[in-house]
Design a protein. Structure first.
Length: 380
């Protein structure tokens, strides 16, 4: 009897080069432990242009994986948003594909895959983790990207056999769709990298920010708050250099020049970043309360909790589900530098953290039931 396979495709960089890769690998493990055979197809920025997907096979975390070259230039981007031939070729190679899961996939290509799946009795599912914004883009990108986002989020997703959504916001938005399952960002807590190897400081409050500052993450609010903090602290900033920060927020130049407590480390490897998170008393990030942030779910929150480090943040997405009194961190109602400063001044050095909260095994049965319902609806 032939094996049945699930094809999981999208813009993730395996094994750990972006947040998408962490989500997809954890979801794939839940599917695997439910008895499914999962094939992962992501992107790879190191592949030469023109490399055929079928020739990129490599085994990662016991999964068969493939990749397409990262698009470069208008022609390759245009091809990327419409071409599904490499995925059909992979379906033909493996023979029996029961399900294709598309991670934040381009709208036109996703609609083509939907029709291909319908003709071939394959379940077509979207893994939805973002509602992208086009703010700050040039006019051409705004038009093209804006239309892609609109068509995918409002039209194509609603025609699919099922949706995996990362937030309650998206769960509510797609509440009338056929099959809709909320799955936050997950991890495999059995991996060595999540073991907490450090005692928390009880003399100097150690804070950490790890991410990509910009419109989504308002690190400037944290820096502004620290101007009012008198207690001894150290803030390690991962993901951006001091020069890059000051190019965005030059008003903090004098404060950062005078401060010896704020250290910029630039971009680090994922494992090195986790070491800073483990050492910290708290990780900190603050986000705007707009649709883009409400629709997502912060991977940095999940990683910090799994590292054993509580989080200081504001109420965004559905983080309030996971923040209990004196457990997992502190949730501020809104972004306010003075309130953040007051909290940092008085907060204890330690707080209880549920490190198993986002282990993929907690959601394994729900994912299994989700697939069973879809298959029954399709008469499989």
């Amino acid at each position: 009897m032939n094996k049945e396979y699930i094809l999981y495709i999208g813009g993730f960089e395996l094994p750990d080069k972006n947040a998408a890769a962490h989500r997809v690998l954890s979801n794939a493990k839940a599917l695997r432990d439910s008895g499914k055979n999962v094939i992962l197809v992501g992107i790879n920025k190191d592949l030469p242009k023109g490399t055929k997907m079928i020739d990129t096979y490599v085994k990662i975390s016991e999964f068969d994986t493939y990749a397409i070259p990262y698009p470069s230039g208008m022609a390759s981007w245009a091809k990327n948003i419409v071409d599904i031939k490499p995925y059909i070729e992979l379906c033909q190679k493996y023979g029996t594909i029961s399900t294709i899961i598309c991670y934040n996939f381009p709208a036109i290509a996703l609609d083509k895959l939907r029709r291909y799946c319908f003709k071939n009795s394959i379940n077509c599912i979207a893994d939805v983790t973002e509602w992208y914004s086009v703010e700050g883009r040039n006019i051409v990108v705004k038009i093209v990207k804006g239309m892609d986002v609109w068509y995918r989020m409002r039209i194509v997703h609603k025609k699919l056999d099922g949706l995996l959504v990362i937030s309650r916001f998206l769960e509510n938005y797609y509440r009338n769709c056929k099959n809709n399952l909320y799955i936050p960002a997950l991890v495999d807590t059995q991996e060595e990298k999540w073991k907490a190897n450090y005692e928390k400081s009880d003399s100097v409050l150690k804070l950490v920010y790890a991410g990509s500052p910009g419109y989504k993450d308002r690190i400037d609010v944290l820096i502004e708050a620290l101007r009012f903090v008198k207690r001894n602290y150290i803030l390690d900033i991962i993901g951006i250099t001091k020069e890059q920060y000051l190019s965005m927020y030059p008003q903090h130049k004098a404060f950062l020049k005078a401060s010896s407590s704020i250290n910029f480390h630039g971009r680090l490897k994922h494992l090195d970043t986790l070491q800073y998170v483990k050492k910290a008393n708290y990780s900190c990030f603050f986000r705007m309360n707009d649709r883009m942030c409400e629709a997502g779910f912060p991977t940095k929150f999940v990683e910090s909790i799994t590292c054993g480090t509580p989080v200081i943040t504001n109420k965004v997405s559905n983080l309030d589900e996971y923040m209990k009194e004196n457990e997992n961190g502190v949730l501020l109602k809104k972004i306010d530098s003075r309130k953040i400063a007051e909290l940092i001044e008085r907060i204890d050095f330690t707080m209880s953290v549920n490190r198993k909260l986002f282990d993929y095994s907690n959601f394994q049965q729900e994912i299994q039931k989700f697939l069973i319902v879809i298959s029954k609806r399709k008469g499989r």
